[in-house]
Design a protein around this ligand. Structure first.
Ligand code: BG6
Length: 507
């Protein structure tokens, strides 16, 4: 997160992408680095080395990455800058479990030092399958370059561990080789513009903070729904499920942004301290009560907008009797003064009716209705909706007098829309995050204690769901809003899920 409007010119950097031939690099990392290049935000001297086991000749590798740009970058090659950018790319075939092979990394660093005229910052990006990360960390530990705290950084993707215990082990392993300030644990949701804007909305305006508490807020909802299924990632997803894939990280981070206290500065640790306070205050669900707080689901075969889609159990690399959840809904409470008794309902799922990530702050009704009863028939309590994607807006609902001879009140929306307000500059989350790593700003990254605190919160649910197998899977159809139990979870408290974006839904 660049705190100044002026972008600094960054010192030379040498980026090693482990998993160079993989999907993340193809779809996200190279497109992000390329866009930074187009925006003049890459350092003057930089080099990007893709590392993988596949045999690739360099030009075929570059062709492959260009294909990724064409398919996934927000800007294609209109400016004909790819050839210039691709001069900074190279490919290194390396077996990550072969410790001797890592000498070539140290050698490349030396070579680049000569070429650049100064020693570059080394970034090691773990874009590999989670099970390969520990061996890479261990082997990086064998080469001296990682002890240089100022000049080497490691970026670790989610999932960070599989549960609390494995996350702790991973943190210990990392701590044996790197200092905490060298470790960048990515949660790409934190790089999204609309997510970063939550801090601006809350703490740069005097208007919201005084009412941002249990006295005025009835409940909060967070929905992160996707229309896609597991998209051929069955192998990964089988060991993950919606809880580990989305709730433990992205959704809890969103919840922290809504729940945190005001930071006293924009210092990385100050922001992270305030967020970890929320995680620590989240009520640990008693294992006996998990069914009152959490609902899981798995999609069946069915139809998505006129197209036949297979059930989760029929997906590639998925067991035919799989009990992995593709939907999760949970009710959380933050046990502190600000939020006492305010439920935070969260839900996420694959093959849902609509792609939307949105947060809703539902305010309590006005304390006294001074208007005649007929005037207030369609009156609704205030609501603030923050759409993260694909809509990017903030919408405040309040009452207005409907024009006419009588006093009739109706809810209306006041909307701030990113696309209308700013002309089109929308960096992707990975652009922001990669820039931050190069700059050495960890504000938007997860600290070891945050990751562990987030695991602690979801562990009771993970354990109960593992011990007691679901008997009703698959229990929701594609193109729906998940299983019926999820409706019951919130209806028991007298609420209903708000299927955002409301400005499109509720006229
Ligand atoms: C990833 C999950 O972290 O986030 C995916 O592993 C999910 O399963 C993705 O599809 C969603 O990201 P976004 O940015 O498209 O909301």
């Amino acid at each position: 997160m660049n705190h100044n409007s002026e972008k600094k010119k960054l010192p030379p950097v040498l980026i090693f992408i482990f998993g160079g031939s993989g999907d993340l690099n193809y779809r996200k990392l190279t497109p992000a680095l390329y866009n930074l290049f187009l925006d003049n935000s890459m350092p003057e001297k930089f080099s990007i080395v893709g590392i993988a086991r596949t045999e690739y000749d360099e030009s075929a590798y570059k062709e492959h990455l260009l294909d990724g740009i064409i398919n996934f970058s927000r800007r294609k090659d209109e400016d004909r800058k790819w050839t210039e950018f691709s001069k900074h790319l190279s490919y290194l075939k390396l077996d990550v479990s072969d410790e001797k092979a890592y000498g070539s990394i140290a050698e490349l660093a030396k070579q680049k030092e000569q070429e650049f005229g100064e020693y570059p910052t080394l970034l090691f990006y773990m874009a590999v399958a989670p099970q390969l990360v520990p061996v890479i960390i261990k082997n990086l530990g064998l080469i001296q370059v990682c002890t240089d705290v100022k000049h080497s950084r490691i970026v670790v993707e989610k999932p960070f561990g599989h549960d609390l215990e494995s996350a702790r082990e991973m943190n210990l392993l990392l701590a044996g080789i790197f200092k905490e300030e060298q470790i960048y644990r990515i949660d790409h949701y934190l790089g999204k513009e609309t997510v970063q804007n939550i801090l601006a909305l809350r703490f740069a305006n005097a208007l919201f903070e005084p009412i941002w508490n249990k006295n005025y807020i009835d409940h909060v909802q967070i929905t992160s729904a996707e229309t896609v299924g597991v998209e051929g990632r069955g192998g990964y997803y089988e060991n993950s499920g919606a809880l580990r894939d989305m709730v433990q990280n992205h959704i809890l981070q969103l919840l922290c942004m809504i729940g945190m206290e005001a930071p006293i500065s924009f210092d990385a640790d100050e922001i992270r301290n305030k967020k970890v306070d929320v995680l620590n205050a989240l009520r640990k669900i008693d294992k006996e009560e998990v069914y009152d707080y959490a609902v899981r689901g798995q999609y069946s075969e069915g139809w998505m907008q006129g197209e036949k889609v297979m059930g989760y159990r029929q997906e590639k690399d998925v067991k035919p009797d799989s009990t992995t959840e593709t939907f999760a809904a949970i009710k959380f409470y933050i046990d502190n003064w600000r939020w006492e008794g305010v439920p935070f309902y969260v839900r996420t799922g694959k093959h849902m009716h609509e792609k939307t990530t949105a947060l809703t702050i539902q305010f309590k009704p006005a304390p006294h209705y001074s208007f005649p009863a007929e005037a207030a028939e369609t009156w609704r309590p205030n609501r603030l909706s923050i759409s993260i994607q694909p809509e990017m807006d903030i919408c405040l609902r309040f009452q207005a007098k409907k024009p006419g001879q009588h006093m009739v009140l109706t809810p209306v929306d006041m909307v701030f829309n990113y696309k209308d307000a700013y002309d089109g500059y929308e960096p992707e989350a990975y652009e922001t995050l990669l820039y931050d790593v190069m700059e050495g700003d960890a504000t938007l990254f997860m600290r070891a204690d945050q990751v562990e605190a987030a695991w602690k919160v979801v562990m009771p649910v993970i354990e109960v769901w593992r011990e007691r197998k679901p008997i009703d899977f698959p229990n929701y159809s594609p193109d729906s809003w998940g299983p019926e139990d999820a409706e019951a979870l919130i209806a028991r408290d007298g609420h209903n899920w708000i299927t955002l974006p409301p400005k499109r839904k509720e006229k």
